[in-house]
Design a binder for this molecule. Structure first.
Ligand SMILES: NC(=O)C1=CN([C@@H]2O[C@H](COP(=O)(O)OP(=O)(O)OC[C@H]3O[C@@H](n4cnc5c(N)ncnc54)[C@H](O)[C@@H]3O)[C@@H](O)[C@H]2O)C=CC1
Length: 504
């Protein structure tokens, strides 16, 4: 029998206002603080005008989330999970439309947006699937007494996201938080307002009650209001280290739990016995996905001296074959930088690298400055050699398509240089020697280390940073601990034993 299911009816497939989403409705803030002109990265033209939310609007969103919390948190995990799985189904059935919205927002190529949106469906399906298994514990104690450890949600979660993976960043927070019984207020990046609102409409269609998930648009000030709101129990943030410090400080003031997913400057260590083709493929993926605007990117490429020349030749050849252009074109592999100011920052890093003695073997220029997409900022992916560890481009997060390739001699040297950074988000080792692979992977000070691959984040495995790259984890079962708290109930089955304090 043919399925009678209807593909999502009610979510907007076009870029449309209003931009906030509160208590199940798209709405405008009653007192906008100002209007944000969002540009479309592909064209540089204004994509939409979004009113920024002030304190009053943030409070309205938090109140909506607080009001529905008793009802949502009292559903069984299975009931909540079924709705999240349904939302996952809606996303999969509408993957193309949602991916196209993501491309308009980010400028990333359509092939990548499809991968990102499929991963959003994966996360909703995974946390929907395990929601019924989010339970407490029974702990037997001496003399028949026991303790019950109840696992409870935290309340209203305040989420704040970056612009590079707008819907994925949002869903990595929202899916586990809702599965655990929390409700949510999300503030997307001011550069990518679209798909967080789309998610609201999809969750509503999947049966999630109005108010469980809300969106307030705005810039840093809106984030400040959300972080400081007394009814927000926890902050979950993805963004840069300096903003992460502010969010953590706001959390400290309210004694709120904080999860921070921050920046990186990850190393890839490629030994002489590595499979050359796989090492090249991974280096492309680790540097040029999403125009290099990926937190976990492996931008410090350490290559053993004996294969350095061959590796660099192959990398430059492969980089020159990348097709930079219209993000909607199927053949495009690299799209547009998020906006002009960011692109200029990336170009400045390349200039500073040259000033400090680096050689640019390919790329590092703004291209496509005529035609329909002339207003977009399209940068040709750059490969740099003659780099030193103390150069600005090698030390700081560039967040653009710039790979710095560095030579090393010994394993010990490579590990020590790889770890010589305040960041610790990710890393990788390429070798055919299984013992060396594990030894080096375990020595890299980072939350995710890949052996013979890069930039894979299945929803089942935890992701997050060591050192300045973050606090807490997203994905996997671990995240349940970050969205719940426990209450221990001790049950005494005998008499009270208070030692010598009491005498008959
Ligand atoms: N570890 C991870 O999972 C990921 C980390 N990132 C990191 O994000 C950064 C790029 O994203 P951006 O949007 O440029 O970061 P950002 O730190 O400038 O902004 C992030 C978000 O914080 C908001 N915000 C700004 N000031 C705030 C304040 N005082 N209080 C509360 N919220 C505030 C912004 O409006 C935005 O929504 C990079 O450093 C990148 O590595 C990006 C994606 C994933």
């Amino acid at each position: 029998m043919a399925s009678s299911r209807i593909i999502a009816r009610s979510f907007s497939r076009v870029v449309t206002s209003p931009w906030n989403y509160i208590a199940g409705k798209r709405c405008d803030p009653s007192e906008p603080t100002h209007t944000i002109k969002v540009t479309e990265p592909a064209t540089g033209k204004v994509l939409c005008e979004v009113p920024a939310s002030g304190q009053q609007e943030v409070s309205r969103a938090v109140a909506a989330a607080k009001q529905i919390y008793p009802k949502w948190s009292k559903l069984s995990g299975r009931e909540r999970g079924q709705k999240l799985v349904e939302a996952s189904r809606i996303i999969r059935e509408n993957l193309e439309d949602i991916s196209r919205l993501e491309v308009r927002d980010t400028g990333k190529p359509i092939w990548e947006a499809r991968v990102d949106i499929a991963s959003c469906a994966d996360a909703l399906e995974y946390y929907g699937g395990i929601a019924a298994a989010i339970v407490g514990q029974h702990v037997p104690l001496s003399g028949g007494s026991f303790a019950m450890v109840q696992r409870e949600p935290l309340g209203v979660i305040g989420g704040i996201g970056a612009w590079n993976f707008p819907m994925q960043t949002c869903i990595w927070k929202v899916a586990p938080a809702l599965a655990c019984g929390n409700t949510f207020v999300y503030k997307p990046s001011q550069f990518t307002p679209i798909t967080a609102v789309t998610l609201g409409e999809i969750l509503q269609e999947a049966g999630v009650p109005d108010g469980v998930y809300n969106v307030v648009q705005g810039e840093g000030d809106t984030g400040v209001w959300l972080c400081g709101h007394p009814d927000v129990a926890k902050l979950s943030f993805t963004g840069s280290v300096p903003t992460g410090v502010k969010v953590m400080t706001a959390g400290a003031k309210g004694i709120k739990a904080v999860t921070l997913e921050l920046g990186g400057k990850s190393p890839i260590i490629i030994f002489e016995d590595a499979d050359m083709k796989n090492a090249i493929k991974a280096t492309l993926m680790a540097n040029f996905l999403s125009q290099g605007q990926v937190c976990s990117n492996g931008t410090r490429v350490f290559v053993q001296r004996s294969i350095f020349k061959e590796f660099v030749k192959n990398l430059v050849e492969a980089t020159k074959k990348l097709k930079i252009g219209d993000p909607f074109a199927e053949e495009t592999t690299v799209g547009a930088t998020i906006h002009g100011d960011h692109a200029k920052k990336v170009l400045d890093y390349i200039s500073s690298a040259k000033d400090e003695g680096a050689t640019v073997l390919c790329g590092g220029e703004r291209i496509m400055q005529s035609g329909e997409l002339a207003g977009g900022w399209y940068l040709s992916p750059a490969v740099l050699v003659d780099c030193r560890d103390d150069m600005k481009v090698v030390k700081e997060e560039v967040f653009g398509s710039v790979a710095s390739v560095l030579e090393f001699d010994t394993e010990e040297e490579a590990v020590s240089r790889a770890n010589d950074t305040d960041f610790g988000l990710a890393g990788a080792v390429f070798t055919k020697d299984i013992q060396r692979g594990h030894r080096v992977a375990s020595a890299i000070e980072a939350g995710s280390v890949w052996i013979n691959t890069f930039n894979l984040y299945p929803t089942e495995v935890p992701f997050g940073g060591f050192k300045h790259s973050g606090v807490g984890r997203e994905n996997g079962l671990t995240v349940i601990d970050y969205f719940t708290q426990t209450r221990t109930i001790y049950v005494e089955m005998g008499d009270v034993d208070c030692g010598p304090l009491y005498k008959d």
